[in-house]
Design a binder for this molecule. Structure first.
Ligand code: SF4
Length: 505
């Protein structure tokens, strides 16, 4: 069957999946398969999506949907194709566009799983398998143009060998909706393509220039704003301008997902509680309207990201966490998931790298802000996956001890805590990577605390909140088995470290 698409947009299986409707399960795609064969691991965390008879997935990553919409709006014959169905389209297509969150497992947490276990994470293995498929190679040899982008576009610059091996014509680094149309035109006409396009703050699209998605996004994710005003120096998001989507635009995208039959929605923002904010002052009216709108169209609603200072302030000043959960919780939903950056327990490092993170509280109050916000989240059954950064430049033993002490204070609050190694991005992109040889005892102690905290609460989350339908019993069993395996392996490693220390003493 010949293809009707000139431009194919795709990614590998670890991205083209809905992670069984649980974003936290998506974390498993960043690690190597542990305690089980890789196929079983992928079955658990990256099941294949439903596709139509052309191989177009029912749900696709939101970023790819934006590119698809920009191209279709401009009149191109472009579509997102599931990786298993590339073969029937790629023979005739002229351009292949690929996006990813972590092409080569260089971002956190993939990189630390890789460094700690010595095994390649499945996201990297899956992506390399995709690009090395015979049909992709044959299409490249016959002149297929290849354009790559997405949040992990920077990783190609660290892997020039793969640029050559996979015949990448152009890397697009930054928000691509505006530039992709011109690149597609040039690629289809056989014109010259730039090797690298950086979309800086001045070239970023305005809200009006950002197209609405035309097909459903994974787990009903819809953007509500772009950018973040907090200015953390290690973060690339902070280099982008701040833009809020008006409610009618958000609703149009929600309707695309609802019409596709999705029952859940994820509100995407770097800090959902800043939707419609004036500076850092929350806008209760806008937030309550947004959540009521989401709940009107979906059974369940989740947040992509929030900040701990935002949670504490919104609750203390406006009782907003209580009000929002009152809007959301009903017979279909009794908890809310979110990812939040804890980053460090050290006030000294916080002052250097994330002055705005505790605002409107003083940065000196950071540990107190963290604990207070976590108590509020726990009380409202909001379950955060907290991320920590290990190996920030200038980090000292005392900084790590402060982080370890803060983790101890969080022990009663339902959450996962995921340590991540520092990756030079944002305003720190010229600093050195944190590598395995930089690990010292204090890092290991922080990682140990995170592991036991997360294992304890993961068991609680699985038994009380996750996968409660009878049909989900096999997956629940597999996850419980996996957690038991992690506990067993962690105890083994702890004993090995203990033995090595006593032999060295
Ligand atoms: S609060 Fe989060 S998104 Fe905002 S600048 Fe800091 S790390 Fe980036």
């Amino acid at each position: 069957m010949s293809s009707e698409f000139d431009i194919i947009i795709t990614t590998d299986r670890t991205m083209m999946t809905n992670h069984r409707g649980k974003e936290f399960i998506g974390f498993m795609t960043t690690g190597p398969a542990l305690g089980m064969p890789e196929r079983l691991w992928l079955w658990m965390c990256a099941p294949k999506p439903k596709v139509d008879d052309l191989g177009r997935p029912l749900e696709a990553p939101y970023g790819l949907r934006k590119i698809e919409a920009a191209l279709q709006d401009a009149g191109f014959r472009a579509a997102i194709i599931d990786p298993d169905h590339l073969g029937r389209h790629i023979e005739r297509a002229k351009v292949l566009m690929v996006g990813h969150h972590d092409y080569f497992a260089l971002a956190s947490p993939s990189i630390e799983w890789w460094l700690i276990t010595g095994k390649e994470p499945v996201n990297r293995r899956s992506f390399l398998r995709l690009m090395r498929r015979p049909e992709v190679r044959r299409a490249r040899e016959r002149g297929l143009r290849v354009i790559v982008g997405g949040p992990a576009a920077w990783q190609w610059l660290w892997n020039p060998n793969y640029i050559r091996e996979f015949g990448v014509d152009t890397i697009v680094d930054g928000e691509a909706e505006k530039v992709i149309v011109d690149l597609a035109k040039r690629a289809l006409e056989g014109g010259e393509l730039p090797a690298y396009v950086y979309v800086g703050p001045h070239d970023a699209p305005s809200v009006e220039e950002i197209p609405d998605i035309r097909g459903a996004s994974v787990n009903g994710l819809v953007e509500i704003m772009r950018g973040c005003p907090r200015g953390c120096r290690f973060c690339p998001v902070t280099l982008r301008p701040l833009r809020y989507y008006p409610l009618d635009k958000v609703e149009r995208e929600m309707l695309v997902n609802a019409k596709a039959g999705l029952e859940g929605c994820i509100l995407h923002s770097e800090d959902v509680l800043l939707y419609g904010a004036r500076g850092l002052e929350p806008n209760p009216e806008a937030l309550l309207k947004l959540h009521a709108l989401a709940k009107k169209h979906f059974r369940t609603v989740a947040w992509s990201h929030a900040t701990l200072a935002g949670v504490k302030y919104a609750q203390e000043r406006y009782k907003l966490i209580t009000k929002i959960t009152e809007v959301l919780y009903d017979d279909h939903q009794d908890y809310l998931g979110v990812q939040i950056g804890l980053e460090t327990g050290s006030v000294r490092l916080a002052k250097i790298f994330m002055q705005g993170k505790a605002a409107p509280y003083r940065i000196e109050q950071w540990p107190e802000v963290v604990v207070d916000a976590m108590a509020i989240l726990h009380e409202h059954r909001i379950i955060p996956a907290l991320t920590l950064i290990l190996g920030l430049p200038e980090e000292t033993e005392e900084d790590l001890i402060a982080t370890a002490e803060l983790i101890d204070k969080l022990k009663d609050y339902r959450s996962l805590i995921v340590p991540m190694f520092f990756v030079p991005l944002g305003r720190l992109r010229d600093r050195g990577w944190f590598l395995r040889e930089h690990l010292r005892d204090e890092h290991i102690e922080v990682m140990r605390k995170c592991l036991w905290h997360s294992v304890r609460w993961a068991e609680d989350i699985i038994s009380k909140f996750y996968l409660r339908k009878p049909s989900q019993a096999p997956l629940r069993f597999m996850l419980k088995f996996f957690i038991s395996f992690v506990k067993w392996r962690a105890r083994q490693i702890e004993e090995q470290i203990q033995r090595a220390r006593s032999e060295g003493a």
